[in-house]
Design a protein around this ligand. Structure first.
Ligand SMILES: [Zn+2]
Length: 171
């Protein structure tokens, strides 16, 4: 069920508009969480500049019932504890970027049984293909980097993340 979540990246400068938009985003997010619970589907969650509010809403609304994935995980450490609420961490092309320090540093703190690889295509194309349209085949570059940073073989990363995806999506 998703993508859903909170995105405060492009909020209005106008305080009233800003408040109204945040209120609306929260209402929609909660109704989407409820829908996921009704149909027993995992949540695909998008969080941008809204870690604290997202986490509070998720826990208050018992997302643990269905779990899901923090898609394009924003490397915010305060979200790591969502792994105890059935959440997985989607790692995308950013991991291959030169300025990915924050994500690289937090990577080893993510429980390995909660790691996923994702495309976010057509965006966030991994290095060295940056600038061209992102394709699922480029997840190979993310797996290579993940193996390097976690001291695993690429095969281990492939097995691990595939097993994790199957567990989450129940196939
Ligand atoms: Zn997104």
């Amino acid at each position: 069920m998703g993508e859903c979540g909170l995105d405060y990246f492009r909020l209005s400068e106008d305080e009233d508009e800003k408040k109204a938009n945040i209120k609306l985003q929260k209402e929609v997010f909660v109704s989407q969480i409820n829908l996921a619970k009704k149909y027993k589907k995992p949540l695909i969650i998008h969080i941008r500049d809204a870690s604290n509010d997202s986490k509070i809403l998720m826990i208050e609304n018992n997302v643990k019932e269905v779990g899901g994935v923090l898609h394009c995980y924003n490397a915010d450490e305060q979200l790591l504890s969502l792994s105890d609420h059935g959440f997985y961490f989607g790692i995308g092309g950013v991991l291959t970027f030169k300025n990915a320090k924050k994500l690289v540093n937090v990577l080893s703190k993510i429980p390995q049984e909660k790691l996923l690889i994702e495309t976010d295509g057509p965006y966030l194309t991994p290095h060295p293909y940056r600038g061209s349209r992102n394709e699922p085949k480029y997840t190979n570059e993310i797996a290579t980097k993940m193996a390097e940073f976690l001291n695993l073989s690429k095969e281990e990363v492939a097995d691990l993340t595939t097993t994790n995806a199957k567990r989450l999506f129940n196939f």
